[in-house]
Write a protein that binds this ligand. Sequence first.
Ligand code: GRF
Length: 189
Amino acid sequence: MTDERRFRIGVLGSGKGSNFVAIADACAAGTVAAEVALVVSDVAEAGILARARERSIPARFIPPGKFRTRLDEDAERAYVAALQTAEVDLVVLAGFMRVLKDGFLRAFAGSIVNIHPSLLPSFPGLAAWQQALAHGVRVTGCTVHFVDAGVDSGPIIGQQTVPVLDDDTPETLHQRIQAAEHALYPQCV
Ligand code: GRF
């Protein structure tokens, strides 16, 4: 036993939480030298909260406030306070469907990362795998990057390529990209 403080991760997500699971499992297995200290969602019934609670990881729904694509001021303060109280060293966005604004970015400057289902800077924004299919690219993938004030911009930390197959549907391509995400994100963290 050691009482050395471990590196603490806070995860924000709005969806099913498969990337959170990959990171939490890597922490539990010791391949990532960290612990997930807190999971926060803007969706009360999000799978990511259930997956966290199954693992006895603190998980909170914090209402996002009055806007659709970002946190309002009170919500931003509540998110920052929750993550600071949990003493997180790194904020990991795992399918968090809101753009983070100045107050949040300043509170965790240089310590926020995101994963996106394309080889950025190609196909930022929503449904990147559909954009890849629509453009007919033969190779796509996923990208982990630091978060700045833009949408899916910020310095790139790591990427993994994924082939696009002739008979791919949006669903099969998305699944192949997600499998790559689950390998890439823990490595980058
Ligand atoms: C991932 O595909 C990620 O690239 C995008 O949102 C999705 C989250 O999936 N930003 P999950 O909730 O981790 O399963």
